[in-house]
Design a protein around this ligand. Structure first.
Ligand code: ADP
Ligand code: MG
Length: 266
């Protein structure tokens, strides 16, 4: 059965896009069928994967608009671009107009992405949604369709305040719209094991999450290779599969799959 994961944190620059792209690639290498949705109008994921405007027949904004207007969606092959064995629904700046439109008067505005994904989901093992840095209606759409949320955090972002806002939103969505929503786990990104801040914050997060939020054993180390890969429009695994970050994303895929297989066995 498909597992839909929203990659969310309302703070920008914590590694949401990097995680979506590289976890997606790592899962595909592990033999999983993966769909990634770029759900940010900045379209960093689309750009980082080397997808050009002319490669995209229908962006996620176009699909959202068609669904809002209750019009027919295009055929699947006209919505998807494939890179590194991963299917992608691309984004562009016009998603910001959709954000505004959803805030006005659409009936069940939070359900639009869910209806779109219904058309695709049977073919995949994992669907990853890269969200924008806010807790607005687009992120709520992602949380409404998701089975669970991965929360990337860098050591600077690990302030209790930021996390509380996100946890509150997740809890409201779970209560009001999507009962199955869970937190898959907190993923520590850009980890620099040499710094004191890192050690203190990691311990604090682990303690405060004990028993109620899983913190992935895998952490993603900070390395310049990630920035280099982004500049080259490649995943870190494609750019340098022996780098510490590539290995970490492969480990993360393994940890995620193993935990999910255990859950479905129970
Ligand atoms: P978000 O999507 O949360 O805004 P990004 O994934 O775009 O965050 O990452 C923000 C910046 O940090 C990018 O420039 C990216 O290249 C860099 N970055 C992400 N992960 C790492 C890492 N493990 N090591 C070094 N730089 C990283
Ligand atoms: Mg991003």
């Amino acid at each position: 059965m498909v597992k839909i994961l929203a990659i969310a944190n309302q703070k920008g620059g914590v590694g949401k896009t990097t995680t979506t792209m590289n976890l997606g690639h790592a899962l595909a290498i592990s033999g999983k069928k993966v769909l990634i949705i770029d759900f940010d109008s900045q379209a960093n994921l689309t750009k980082c994967m080397g997808i050009k405007r002319e490669d995209v027949k229908n962006s996620i904004a176009t699909l959202m608009n068609l669904e809002i207007e209750d019009e027919e969606l295009p055929a699947k092959e006209d919505c998807i671009v494939t890179r590194n064995g991963v299917d992608i629904i691309a984004s562009d700046i016009s998603l910001s107009a959709i954000d505004a439109k959803l805030q006005q008067s659409t009936i069940f505005a939070e359900k639009i992405l869910s209806i779109i994904i219904d058309n695709f989901k049977d073919e995949y093992d994992y669907i990853l949604i890269d969200t924008n840095p806010s807790l607005g209606i687009l992120t709520i759409n992602a949380l409404t369709v998701a089975d669970s949320v991965i929360i990337p955090m860098d050591t600077e972002a690990m302030s209790a305040d930021g996390l509380q806002g996100l946890l509150k939103t997740i809890s409201k969505v779970k209560k009001r719209i999507n009962r199955k929503l869970e937190i898959e786990g907190i993923l520590i990104t850009m980890a620099d094991a040499r710094t004191n801040l890192y050690k203190v914050v990691t311990e604090t997060v682990k303690k405060s999450c004990e028993n109620h939020i899983y913190v992935f054993n895998t952490q993603i180390p900070r390395t310049v290779k990630v920035g280099e890969a982004n500049l080259k429009r490649m995943s870190i695994i494609e750019y340098n599969k022996n780098s510490v970050a590539a290995k970490a994303y492969m480990d993360l895929a393994k940890e995620l799959v193993e935990r999910n297989e255990k859950k479905t066995d129970c």
